[in-house]
Write a protein that binds this ligand. Structure first.
Ligand code: ADP
Ligand code: MG
Length: 214
């Protein structure tokens, strides 16, 4: 029997990752995962549009984990989110999906919490940073965060970040990422400013859109 095209087993993911997905009960990809993961795993820049609850987090989490070298202790993935709550949710999902790998450290950098704890955590290093644009930029300006090893940049809930007026902060962060990187933009809607971001900061992005339910 051949696996349907929506099975995770059709993706070029290692056996440990596949086993972890099974353990989590992730058997079939959602529509946005099936549309975005194959090109994302080929290294393409992606603009993915699908409604809330459609599984966008796992789509970018699996892509960034595929680019990650656990033995290289440097920030290789950066995920920007609009709010602290969303950053916490993304951190939880990335950690669940990263369990198959050995000791991948995911750090959350959001505003509204004291800098001191974040500075101490960053001193110990991280593979993945999930944060809000303002606080991430703050760390970059202080020199407590370096992005020179970033190979995957994710803009999650890009429409909400733009609604909240984060365009300049996002742009400021992106300018400090290496130009040779993969950029993945996820959004529930497609306002005009997304085109502006894409035109400035993405390389021939592939747009994938899932209309209704998955
Ligand atoms: P979105 O970011 O699109 O709003 P989430 O990434 O938060 O959606 O996913 C919504 C829920 O679906 C989460 O609880 C997540 O664990 C679950 N989920 C994601 N992908 C799958 C899958 N392939 N199979 C089963 N559950 C999934
Ligand atoms: Mg989401």
């Amino acid at each position: 029997m051949t696996a349907p095209a929506t099975s995770f087993s059709t993706l070029p993911l290692g056996p440990a990752v596949q086993a972890n997905l099974q353990r989590l009960g992730y058997l079939e990809m959602t529509a946005i995962q099936a549309a975005s993961l194959p090109p994302a795993l080929l290294g393409k820049d992606i603009i993915a549009q699908a409604k809330t609850g459609s599984g966008k987090t796992a789509a970018f989490a699996l892509a960034l984990l595929a680019n990650l070298n656990a033995r290289r202790f440097a920030v290789q993935s950066l995920v920007l989110c609009p709010t602290r709550e969303l950053a916490d949710q993304v951190t939880t999902e990335v950690r669940r999906l990263a369990r198959a790998e050995d000791n991948i450290k995911v750090v959350t950098l959001v505003g509204g919490v004291p800098l001191r704890g974040q500075l101490a955590t960053l001193e110990h290093g991280a593979h993945v940073v999930v944060g809000t644009p303002g606080r991430v930029l703050d760390h970059l300006q202080r020199g407590s965060l370096q992005l020179d090893a970033v190979n995957t940049l994710v803009l999650d809930e890009a429409d909400r970040m733009l609604d909240m007026g984060f365009f300049e902060e996002i742009a400021g962060v992106i300018r400090l990422c290496p130009p040779q990187r993969q950029t993945l933009l996820f959004s529930a809607t497609y306002p005009e400013e997304i085109d502006r971001l894409a035109a400035q900061f993405m390389r021939e992005p592939l747009t994938v859109k899932v209309e209704a339910q998955h």
